[in-house]
Design a protein around this ligand. Structure first.
Ligand code: MLT
Length: 203
């Protein structure tokens, strides 16, 4: 997968996996990694799907209607890419925290839905429920930060609450951050995510 890897100054800090929104690239979220933990290594990935020229991490049939078969395939592809990258760049595979926005948050959530040790933690900006009707793996107190908008036309408030409930039922420790706005990524939610990260992952 097309990506950027930046080696951090502290190998004990989690590697930050950056996953952009629809139409984004691997460059978009680099400033977030700086705010969350400047000493961490960063693996920023571009989605392999193109929708009318816009990169994405998996196909959709319509706005908010996911191509489930492709979602499962692409989730596996990303997980395999993390396994390979950890070997290639020599970082700890068991110490990856994802930071995803929108479509990127959805594929990060999909890794949590499908793989027991896929991630060590996740910051999800405006995620949706990636799949319904499946049993989640045991998430064993895995820390998850969700930022959601109370007036998000793409992800209604109830869907954000549903995602929180599904992850908590699987054992995750979910912190919910609400914004009064819509689907946009705000400065305040990024700062809240950075505080949460320091509380959960500072050594
Ligand atoms: C998705 O397709 O993953 C969601 O609708 C969010 C987005 O527009 O990227």
């Amino acid at each position: 997968m097309k990506h950027i890897f930046k080696k951090g100054t502290d190998p004990n800090k989690p590697t930050l996996l950056l996953l952009h929104g629809t139409g984004g690239t691997e460059h978009d979220l680099l400033p977030l990694a700086e705010l969350v933990e400047p000493e961490s290594s960063v693996l920023s990935v571009r989605g392999n799907i193109l929708e009318n020229g816009m990169p994405r991490f998996f196909r959709r049939l319509a706005e908010g209607v996911f191509d489930e078969e492709d979602l499962i395939f692409r989730t596996r592809e990303l997980k395999d890419f993390l396994d390979e990258s950890a070997k290639k760049y020599e970082f700890d595979r068991n110490n990856i925290v994802a930071i995803g926005y929108s479509n990127g948050a959805n594929i990060a959530a999909s890794i949590l839905f499908h793989y027991e040790d896929g991630l060590r933690g996740a910051i999800l900006h405006h995620p949706m429920v990636p799949r319904r009707g499946i049993d989640l793996p045991n998430l064993k107190r895995l820390p998850v930060f969700i930022a959601a908008g109370k007036n998000d036309p793409i992800c209604p408030l109830q869907e954000s609450q549903e995602l929180k409930g599904l992850l908590e039922n699987a054992g995750a420790a979910v912190h919910m951050h609400w914004e009064n706005y819509g689907h946009q990524l705000t400065r305040t939610e990024v700062e809240a995510a950075a505080n949460w990260f320091q509380q959960n992952f500072a050594k």
